[in-house]
Design a binder for this molecule. Structure first.
Ligand code: 5BU
Length: 265
């Protein structure tokens, strides 16, 4: 099947080329899984990506949790992501003023040089998006921002007014490819989709085949329910890297998410 048949309005209405790249990869691999590769060493990261790579459509990192991060060691992960046709998504959750966010795209991690997607909070004001885009422009690259419209953790302060303001900031922005939604609640994802419309993506953490409470306030919903409610990518961490057999788990998440996409109107 062609991506436009599978994705319908999402394909035709999402103008951002990065969104199309993700959607094409997802169809080719039959997976809406973004792997949250929360590993502490580059070796572990590269091994994980090389084993589950065929079953995932994007790769999410937290570079600042990696003990042996260096620009040289990180390049091995960037190469692995490229080999598996994965957009590289640094979940940095920028939250400072625009000018500082621009500088934070550089620095020791040099996120601007390798990340295709980053996350940002809306809390400091709408200019954070321009700051991040300026960071990419400094190295003549283009990337996409996912704004945190909701979170999966219990007790978070992102209420529906905040969500609405966040969508207002992102709507029509060439730099905002979509939003983070709360994958643990199909009701919240559906409400977010309703406000966003069809022109931008929603990516959802808080997803696990074992539904319920996770550790330290994390909450989990079923991948199928998140996708049926309007999520375009399920962000899965421990459900895959913590499984006894990560490859088998990645296949299960891929299948659950892709079947749900095919069932979605
Ligand atoms: P888990 O092991 O599947 O619970 O990992 C979830 C990942 O998603 C982890 O890397 C978090 O940083 C990330 N996350 C989240 O869990 N909830 C949120 O609201 C946001 C990100 Br934003």
């Amino acid at each position: 099947m062609q991506p436009q048949e599978v994705w319908g309005a999402r394909w035709s209405d999402c103008a951002n080329p990065l969104a199309h790249r993700y959607m094409e990869t997802a169809v080719r691999k039959q997976s809406l899984v973004c792997l949250a590769a929360d590993m502490r060493t580059v070796d572990e990261l590269v091994n994980l990506v090389n084993s589950v790579g065929p079953h995932i459509a994007a790769l999410k990192t937290h570079a600042d949790m990696v003990d042996d991060f260096s620009r040289e060691s990180w390049q091995r992960l960037v190469d692995a992501a490229q080999q598996h046709d994965l957009l590289l998504f640094e979940d940095r959750k920028f939250a400072d003023i625009g000018k500082v966010s621009q500088q934070q795209m550089a620095g020791a991690y040099d996120i601007r040089s390798w990340a295709d997607i980053v996350t940002a909070h809306r809390i400091s004001g709408p200019d954070i998006v321009d700051g991040i885009a300026a960071g990419w422009a400094d190295v003549e690259r283009i990337g996409g921002v996912l704004l945190l419209a909701q979170m999966s953790s219990s007790g978070n302060l992102l209420n529906s007014d905040y969500t609405a303001n966040t969508i207002e900031t992102g709507r029509g922005s060439p730099h905002v490819i979509g939003y983070i939604g709360n994958g643990s609640s199909a009701t919240e994802v559906a409400a977010l989709r309703n406000k966003v419309g069809t022109g931008q993506m929603i990516w959802t953490p808080g997803v696990n085949l074992a539904v319920g409470a996770g550790s330290m306030g994390q909450r989990y919903g079923h991948p199928r329910d998140a996708v049926l409610a309007g999520s375009d990518s399920i962000i899965v961490g421990s459900g895959i890297h913590g499984a006894e057999n990560p490859v088998a788990a990645a296949k299960e998440y891929a299948e659950a998410s892709y079947q749900a996409l095919l069932m979605r109107d």
